[in-house]
Ligand binder design. Structure first.
Ligand code: BG6
Length: 502
């Protein structure tokens, strides 16, 4: 996971299914370019751009180059870009047409010759999820999934991994019918974020925090992923999916599991992922009544974000006019293990909120006895360790200090660490570390089957209870606000408050 541990990626052919799509254009190819700039791509390297319909070699290169212009930090280094683009070959292949995979096989054999890629292959499926299993099956049929003579074959897919526990389990077993688990690399782009990776470092590279990282010292944890974007052009996908499925079992649970997991036996892919899955497994399965009482789902109505007038969610393009899909969710979770018994984990995420803001806030218990009677104690309640993830990346520790002067008064102060003050991070789309890790075979920052299933299992009670409740219980909030009042009430019930986000 650290690029600086200087592991060299072995040669490989990088096969991009969906090469003409948005994900390739915005993130994957720009990330390959950024790796090339940092000299982290292997010498023996080929890119096979796969599309379902004819796309000329030249047209493909222009399309990919355009992605670099739009999504990489200018100026684009033409020499590096050209060297990378020269390695691109296009192939038309469609899972429903087995013969097309023979062409792909032939192209890969040629790449081994021409670019010395040693039979190593990464298949990146930048395609809609319904294509994952058929594509892997077609690769299997074409004899492209076997690892022969010490070569490797890895397949990268990106969420959604199913839409509930049953569909995720089905997808996992379809993939595992062809591939070994360690050949499957499931991306959650939150694990590509430096601050998210840093949660591991913070907890396990410092002696300072571990002794207090438990129920005796922690009052509760708040995870907030607020977005100011609306559903935009993704109405059709989003209206089927909703905020819970879109964000919680994946991104928010990555944050939760890194905070809640037990120390792994080793900092390696198997140990870390086992502990993360175990943490998710310990999330209490609420009864339907409890699930309703411990959750808030809401949808945005017209409002203003900055100067922009936002329409009702229900009038967005490709959204059903009577949609009951939630665009905001807040949950209260309990983790039933010895470390976290009695420590609620609150989480909230939503679209069309006042501003983009992502953080994990750990609130420590109050001092056992107050020696400061008679003065305003509001500040005293706020020993927070805040892991800021967006828009600024950093860590803040909030505590109380004496306000200078003859009177006894307390002010909340903070120790602030900002990434930008300490590090010059190279330009990145957030996919660089993930792609590099796949090339070196390190799956620590990828999701394993049990973690995905544990995530779905933990949200099932909410999905089920909401399905039964239908429209009743769907709250509303104004676009540009900080969310529905019901989310505040969820914490107020426990005599707690969300940290301000706007
Ligand atoms: C995606 C979701 O996985 O993550 C989007 O599908 C969401 O709806 C996005 O906007 C958030 O990612 P980030 O990195 O902007 O927090």
């Amino acid at each position: 996971m650290t690029l600086s541990s200087i592991r060299k990626a072995p040669p490989c052919a990088f096969v991009l299914f969906g090469a003409n799509g948005d994900l390739t254009h915005r993130l994957v190819f720009p990330a390959l370019y950024n790796l090339a700039v940092q000299k982290l791509l292997p010498e023996g390297f080929a890119i096979i751009a796969v599309t379902r319909s004819e796309f000329g070699e030249r047209e493909m290169r222009d399309h990919l180059r355009d992605g670099l212009k739009q999504f990489c930090k200018p100026p684009v280094d033409e020499k590096v870009a050209n060297a990378l683009l020269e390695r691109v070959q296009t192939v038309v292949a469609d899972a429903s047409d087995p013969a097309s995979f023979e062409t792909l096989k032939k192209t890969l054999a040629d790449a081994d010759e021409k670019h010395d890629t040693h039979g190593n292959r990464i298949f990146y499926l930048a395609i809609p999820p319904k294509g994952f299993a058929p594509t892997v099956q077609a690769l299997g049929k074409a004899g492209l999934t076997g690892e022969n003579n010490g070569s490797y074959v890895r397949v990268i897919i990106e969420k959604p991994f199913g839409s509930d526990l049953a569909s995720a389990t089905k997808l996992n077993s379809e993939l595992r019918a062809i591939l070994k688990e360690d050949q499957i690399f499931r991306i959650d782009h939150y694990l590509g974020k430096e601050t998210v990776q840093n949660i591991l470092m913070l907890r396990f590279a410092n002696g300072l925090f571990e002794p207090i990282w438990k129920r005796e010292h922690i009052d509760h944890v708040q995870i907030t992923v607020a977005e100011s974007v609306t559903v935009g052009r993704r109405g059709a996908f989003y209206d089927e999916t909703g905020a819970l499925r879109d964000m919680v079992p994946n991104h928010l649970f990555q944050l939760l599991s890194l905070v809640a997991m037990e120390p792994p036996a080793r900092l390696d892919a198997q140990s870390v992922r086992s502990e993360k899955a175990r943490a998710l497994d310990a999330i209490r399965q609420w009864t339907p009544e409890e699930a309703l009482a411990n959750s808030v789902r809401a949808q945005y109505v017209a409002g203003k974000i900055g100067d922009e007038q936002i329409a009702d969610y229900r009038s967005e393009k490709d959204v059903a006019p009577n949609s009951t899909t939630e665009t905001f969710v807040a949950l209260r979770l309990a983790i039933d293990n010895w470390r976290w018994a009695g420590v609620p984990f609150y989480m909230r995420t939503g679209k069309a909120l006042a501003r983009r803001y992502t953080e994990v806030a750990i609130k420590f218990r109050e001092a056992p006895i107050s020696m400061f009677r008679g003065i305003d104690l509001d500040g005293l309640r706020s020993n927070y360790l805040v892991l800021q993830i967006a828009p600024d990346e950093g860590i803040t520790l909030q505590f109380n200090a004496k306000t200078p002067g003859p009177n006894l008064a307390i002010t909340r102060v903070a120790m602030d660490f900002k990434y930008s003050d300490f590090f010059d991070t190279p330009p990145a789309t957030g996919y660089e570390t993930l792609l590099f890790d796949c090339m070196i075979g390190d799956g620590m920052l990828y999701q394993r089957d049990d973690g995905v299933e544990a995530g779905w299992r933990a949200v099932e009670p909410f999905l089920r209870a909401w399905r039964q409740a239908g429209e009743s219980g769907l709250a509303l909030y104004r676009a540009g606000s900080t969310g529905p009042a019901e989310a505040d009430a969820l914490l107020a019930r426990d005599h707690r408050r969300w940290r301000p986000t706007a």
